[in-house]
Design a protein around this ligand. Structure first.
Ligand SMILES: C[S@@+](CC[C@H](N)C(=O)[O-])C[C@H]1O[C@@H](n2cnc3c(N)ncnc32)[C@H](O)[C@@H]1O
Length: 254
């Protein structure tokens, strides 16, 4: 498959940055994952890796009393989050920073909780887990979501999509084995329910695509990108039994 063009990314971000979240997830799942964490201090130091525009960061600030560093490599998302944090008067709790999660430059063993929804796969799960481990203090917790297969022989269009975006995607048991291999004990895991794909992600995505179809009515290139983006929710509606998003919660061993 061809590499996406600069125009693709321009329209892609025009859709994605306007969404409450840039991936599947919801508040109930985040609360459930947080409840699986153990022995967090009363005001934990939290790191949210690949925070996007910070939907889950702002929620985490509500359900923990800690301070949060929210890191993403896409500067425009961080600018949006900074503006929202300032608007909500949360600058003393949340520090959004532009950075690469593969080399954050943050002090080793300085976090009680590393959180990451839909982002760790970008650097390969095993590599990502080693990075997370090095940032966590011994006994600190890691909560992350990752896409996994759940049924053999996916339709060709589903397979092609993941071959493009996440060619090393495994099954839940593969991720669990990798977690243990990388120096963590598993505290729990669960599959995101279907509403976590739709309420804050695909439904607003479809609405945003409809809006932009009006804006770009005379722009064939932008319309082609919008068609491509629009296909993902449709594929999910047809074939979601083949894959899932799994929330994993683990604790760094000593
Ligand atoms: C699927 S989005 C999820 C965003 C957010 N966690 C959410 O669930 O709404 C993945 C995010 O990871 C970020 N990302 C990808 N590679 C990264 C890297 N190497 N370092 C930091 N962020 C990265 C992207 O910019 C994007 O915002």
């Amino acid at each position: 498959m061809n590499e996406p063009t600069p125009r693709y990314w321009e329209v892609f971000f025009e859709v994605y940055e306007a969404l409450p979240r840039q991936g599947p997830g919801n508040r109930a799942c985040a609360a459930k994952a947080l409840a699986l964490c153990r022995d967090l201090p009363p005001t934990p130091a939290v790191l949210d890796l690949g925070c996007g525009t910070g939907g889950q960061t702002l929620h985490l600030a509500g359900i923990t009393s800690g301070s949060i560093i929210a890191l993403d490599s896409h500067a425009a998302s961080i600018e949006r989050l900074k503006a929202e944090v300032a608007k909500r008067g949360l600058s003393h709790r949340i520090r959004p920073i532009v950075g690469d999660m593969a080399g954050t430059g943050l002090a080793p063993e300085s976090f009680d909780l590393v959180w990451s929804e839909g982002a760790l796969y970008n650097m390969g799960i095993e590599n990502a887990l080693r990075v997370c481990r090095s940032l966590l203090r011994p006994g600190g917790c890691l909560a992350f979501t990752d896409a996994v297969w759940r049924k053999e022989n996916p339709p060709p269009e589903v397979k092609a999509g993941f071959d493009q975006d996440y060619p090393t995607m495994g099954w839940t048991h593969n991720v669990l084995a990798t977690i243990e291999k990388c120096g963590f004990g598993v505290l729990g895991h669960f599959t995101l329910p279907d509403e976590a794909w739709w309420d804050d992600f695909y439904t607003p995505m479809q609405r945003r695509v409809r809006e932009l179809r009006g804006k770009y009515a005379d722009d064939g290139e932008a319309l082609a990108v919008l068609d491509q983006i629009d296909r993902e929710p449709e594929l999910h509606r047809l074939h979601s039994e083949y894959y899932a998003y799994e929330f994993f919660v683990a604790r760094r061993t000593e």
